[in-house]
Ligand binder design. Sequence first.
Ligand SMILES: Cc1cc2nc3c(=O)[nH]c(=O)nc-3n(C[C@H](O)[C@H](O)[C@H](O)COP(=O)(O)OP(=O)(O)OC[C@H]3O[C@@H](n4cnc5c(N)ncnc54)[C@H](O)[C@@H]3O)c2cc1C
Ligand SMILES: NC(=O)c1ccc[n+]([C@@H]2O[C@H](COP(=O)([O-])OP(=O)(O)OC[C@H]3O[C@@H](n4cnc5c(N)ncnc54)[C@H](O)[C@@H]3O)[C@@H](O)[C@H]2O)c1
Length: 468
Amino acid sequence: MADEFDVIVIGAGPAGENVVDRAVRGGLTAAIVEERLAGGECSYWACVPSKALLRPIDLMGEVARVPGLSLGPVDVAAVLARRDEAIGHFDDSGQVRWIESVPAEYVRGRGRIDGPKRVRVTTEDGGERVLTARQAVVLATGSTPAIPPTPGLAEAEPWTSHDVTVTDSIPERLIVIGGGVVACEMAQAMHGLGARQTTVLVRGRGLLPRMEPFAGELLAESFAEAGIEVRDQVEAVRVERPEPGGKVTVHLPDGPPLEADELLVATGRRPATRDMGLSTVGLPDGKYVEVDDSMRATAISDGWLYAVGDVNGRALLTHMGKYQARICGDVIAARARGDELPGMRDLADGYGAPQVVFTDPQICAVGRTEAVARADGFRVRVVDYDMGKVTGGYLMGDGYRGRARAVVDEDRKVLLGVTFAAPGASDLLHSATIAVTAEVPLDRLWHAVPSFPTVSEVWLRLLEAYGL
Ligand SMILES: Cc1cc2nc3c(=O)[nH]c(=O)nc-3n(C[C@H](O)[C@H](O)[C@H](O)COP(=O)(O)OP(=O)(O)OC[C@H]3O[C@@H](n4cnc5c(N)ncnc54)[C@H](O)[C@@H]3O)c2cc1C
Ligand SMILES: NC(=O)c1ccc[n+]([C@@H]2O[C@H](COP(=O)([O-])OP(=O)(O)OC[C@H]3O[C@@H](n4cnc5c(N)ncnc54)[C@H](O)[C@@H]3O)[C@@H](O)[C@H]2O)c1
């Protein structure tokens, strides 16, 4: 059976769903192909379950800082049950209903590109369906965890983000390989929920290497206080696990091997572009799909292929994938009408995407770090402020500490980047995102008066420290 739609999207994660929404709003017809669950990795194995596991950790930190409050033991079963509820017990019928209400056709099965503007779908029952696009095909297939080629590692069948986020039990002893976002969030979640011994093996120098260095340092202090061990500049050389699911041994370059009940590998992602039929249109397998600022694949000459979300490698974040998707859906609809607007371009990725790492302290950053700004050739001045000295911070509880950094472009007197590393700082981030993205001049920002006594007075302190 052949079916024709204006737009065919492969992958119903947050990015794919938003393309469909915008394209249909723009007057087009659309189909979306999904091999697992509508809602994608984010809803079931990534953002949502991880944040459900981290919320109690966040609260435990808050309560511990306020004299007069105390916490009883955590009811881990209740936390896991709420996590299960948050991921809808792997039932995507609500999301499917939403897609159908757009309205768009939901096609359950594995999609592959089969030449220009054609998608071949292997359906759940083993059947085949060929879909043809009048306007565009959009790849929104996301990414999958990368497993390094360490001898014995793959054979040990370690946990990845896909396992740890939906686990039904907390390992007594956990080793985490990686020092990035998943490693930090999940080490803290598992430890806070009862792992007795948690060891994080970091290949480079410090946690969260893409953030300002003080962010990783503050987080490492918090880990040390909680009893999470971070081992810097060490790489696993060999892994052994004689029994599937049994004890696992990680050999290091020096010293005795480490033993644990579970091993989590959190060493980054690979684009989900393998076995996708990309070679039928001249694109390499297994690589990120390079796109221009309208999300159109640069290597496809007549411009019918787009890629949004993790699969284009621009910013592996749900909110950025959704933003790209809104641009992509609007652009496809506008091009179909012949009235493309210049505003339909991805500017935000160029500024540096906002991101919150939901640890305690929360690490919240937007724009360029000092190092990136300098490497990009800006004339930079950096201003730091101790967030524990802000009255609003002090009132959050004893031992509240954190640090804020503003990276200023000295030629234009605008912010290139801002980082807050402090408990509960996530909701401060959007003010920074607005300041960075709108390139608000500092002497204008001075008139945005933060309320007393909130932590947001850190803005005032940063501007004063700058000299205003
Ligand atoms: C543990 C963890 C926590 C995270 N937490 C956050 C967070 O707090 N905030 C944040 O912004 N980001 C977070 N992220 C990142 C976020 O999950 C991703 O950026 C986001 O899911 C990307 O969305 P997407 O739509 O591009 O891809 P996905 O969400 O990966 O969706 C892609 C979909 O495509 C489907 N698919 C793939 N190939 C095919 C095919 N051939 N045919 C049909 N369907 C196919 C997949 O089944 C999947 O449903 C986290 C990631 C991890 C791993
Ligand atoms: N709160 C959030 O926004 C959030 C949460 C989780 C994940 N994510 C997104 O998901 C993506 C994936 O997260 P991630 O933590 O897997 O990737 P990451 O890129 O953040 O970190 C991977 C880390 O693994 C290290 N590494 C790579 N190869 C290694 C090896 N062979 N041995 C030891 N260490 C190695 C890298 O140096 C890096 O520090 C990120 O891009 C992130 O933006 C976002």
